[in-house]
Write a protein that binds this ligand. Structure first.
Ligand SMILES: *[C@@H]1O[C@H](CO)[C@@H](O)[C@H](O)[C@H]1NC(C)=O
Ligand SMILES: *[C@@H]1O[C@H](CO)[C@@H](O)[C@H](O)[C@H]1NC(C)=O
Ligand SMILES: *[C@@H]1O[C@H](CO)[C@@H](O)[C@H](O)[C@H]1NC(C)=O
Ligand SMILES: *[C@@H]1O[C@H](CO)[C@@H](O)[C@H](O)[C@H]1NC(C)=O
Ligand SMILES: *[C@@H]1O[C@H](CO)[C@@H](O)[C@H](O)[C@H]1NC(C)=O
Ligand SMILES: *[C@@H]1O[C@H](CO)[C@@H](O)[C@H](O)[C@H]1NC(C)=O
Length: 444
């Protein structure tokens, strides 16, 4: 199995990924209805699974340290679980201290929510700040059942960077013309690799470079000389993206729900979530933002198409001159540019200051090798990208009691079995014991 993974895959990620303007309004109770909805993309129409009929799904908003409740009603015709979200060090999303009950992996921490049933999930935020996300955690439902989670600073606290003029959600995704269940079933039946997707999407839209898509391309209207905080999620099933905006820099301020030292760049490698600031310091006009796959080898099939959206400056005064018909496209690293992908990752450093300390374990009980690591300000990640023949060292305190699913976040690798479970046992004192399960867990 591992051999198959190695030869067929560009990358393995361990899960330890519309522009809408966001109003900073956190609520504590959410009602979600999982149901089918009809969507048309790439000149064809199909029924997809959604939350509340939306693709991408609804946003969850909270302040650092909040607890929220999401009541998930399954009105679809298939089992579902929602990953709001694990785990461990190496949390993929929310750490959920001592509360694996709402983590979501099907048949790992819970039975699925069967059609007609419901489950109220408790999401306990602890140290996460910035953008994370939620998604279905069974079969391939997450292709369309996913959305962002924005965790704002504690009430009364401010961002560790100048307050942006506006916040904008950007969700990168993948679209198959066929029903994703058919793609999954065929993939399992043949034992090969799944068919590659037909499009990548930004806020649910493929963009100008695909058929039947231009009229619905996502457009972000901006004012000149303002600062925009982009809250970016890579919700794709099996792709890491290169992302860039023509003529605009991006300053990364957070990654995987943890703020970082600011780094200014003209492209980003997005494996899960990134918070980045962009300043609209260009002439009034239109500029493409674009994303396409990073694949560490070209020898395996992957979706090599490019998704776009438009950043459009609001016109000033009585300027009625139409925009030129072809906005500039940004330069993106070539698909197999592993150097570009990892230069970006290597530049990320955590804040590691008084207000945003980073708890790097210094004393190691079991040292596996003698290499030198950054123990001062490494970024806190919930996923680690590992290129073909590469490796990663993960250092963590096993201090979150529960059962935690550690897995490759490229969905087909999960099917191939690239996953395991960590069990962190109860400690001696009361704060080191599992919380009790919620009253009504789904049953099998
Ligand atoms: C997968 O791709 C093959 C080759 O293009 C095609 O024949 C098949 O119908 C596709 N299957 C699905 C489920 O998309
Ligand atoms: C933005 O800044 C430029 C350069 O300072 C200036 O020429 C322009 O008028 C400013 N635009 C607005 C809308 O303030
Ligand atoms: C982008 O950043 C570089 C390096 O900091 C700077 O030289 C350049 O002027 C910036 N470009 C824009 C469009 O802000
Ligand atoms: C994308 O892949 C197809 C084959 O799957 C190939 O024909 C095409 O040239 C590739 N396009 C780019 C831009 O690399
Ligand atoms: C990327 O692919 C191109 C075209 O096949 C090849 O020339 C180049 O050596 C590859 N680069 C890397 C880093 O593998
Ligand atoms: C749905 O979940 C139940 C309980 O785990 C299981 O018995 C049933 O086989 C599942 N149905 C499908 C279609 O997977």
């Amino acid at each position: 199995m591992i051999e198959v993974g190695k030869t067929n895959s560009a990358l393995q990620i361990l899960s330890l990924l519309l522009v809408f303007l966001i109003h900073c309004q956190a609520s504590t109770h959410y009602n979600w209805v999982v149901k089918g909805a009809t969507y048309t993309r790439l000149c064809s129409t199909k029924k997809i699974l959604t939350v509340n009929g939306k693709f991408p799904g609804p946003v969850l908003q909270a302040h650092k340290g909040d607890t929220i409740y999401v009541n998930v009603h399954n009105k679809g015709s298939h089992n579902i679980t929602i990953h709001c979200f694990c785990n461990f060090v190496a949390r993929h999303g929310v750490k959920q201290p001592r509360n694996p009950w709402s983590d979501g992996p099907e048949h790992i921490t819970q039975c699925p929510i069967q059609p007609g049933d419901q489950f109220k999930q408790t999401i306990i935020f602890s140290n996460e700040e910035g953008t994370i996300w939620w998604h279905a955690h069974n079969d391939w439902a997450r292709a369309t059942v996913h959305g962002s989670i924005f965790v704002y600073p504690k009430r009364g606290a401010s961002y560790p960077f100048p307050k942006p003029h506006e916040q904008v959600q950007i969700i990168l995704g993948q679209w198959w013309r066929r029903d994703v269940r058919e793609v999954l079933e065929e993939f399992i039946r043949t034992g090969g690799a799944p068919n590659v997707s037909d499009a990548h999407t930004i806020n649910g839209q493929p963009g100008d470079l695909y058929p039947c898509s231009k009229s619905e391309t996502f457009k972000l209207l901006v004012d000149q000389n303002k600062t925009y905080l982009l809250l970016i999620v890579n919700a794709a099933m099996n792709t890491i993206f290169f992302y860039s905006i023509a003529n605009h820099n991006l300053t990364v301020v957070g990654v995987d729900g943890s703020y970082t030292k600011p780094v200014t760049t003209d492209y980003m490698t997005i494996s899960q979530t990134i918070d980045a600031v962009s300043i609209t310091n260009q002439q009034v006009g239109q500029y493409y933002m674009a994303a396409r796959a990073y694949s560490s080898t070209l020898l395996i099939p992957f979706d090599n198409t490019t998704t776009t959206a438009i950043v459009e400056y609001k016109k000033i005064g009585n300027n009625f001159t139409p925009f030129s018909s072809t906005p500039p496209l940004p330069h993106l690293p070539y698909y197999n540019d592993t150097n570009a992908a990892f230069t970006f990752y290597d530049n990320l450093k955590s804040l590691a200051n008084e207000h945003h300390p980073i708890d790097v374990p210094i004393k190691i009980t079991n040292r596996l090798d003698p290499l030198n690591y950054n123990l001062i300000d490494p970024p806190l990640r919930n996923t680690v990208a590992v290129p073909i023949s590469g490796w990663a060292a993960i250092r963590f305190h096993a201090n979150n009691q529960g059962v935690w699913f550690l897995h490759c976040h490229l969905e087909h690798h999960l099917t191939w079995g690239m996953n395991t479970v960590f069990i962190v046992k109860d400690g001696k004192n009361k704060k080191e014991r599992l919380l009790p399960p919620p009253p009504r867990m789904p049953t099998c």
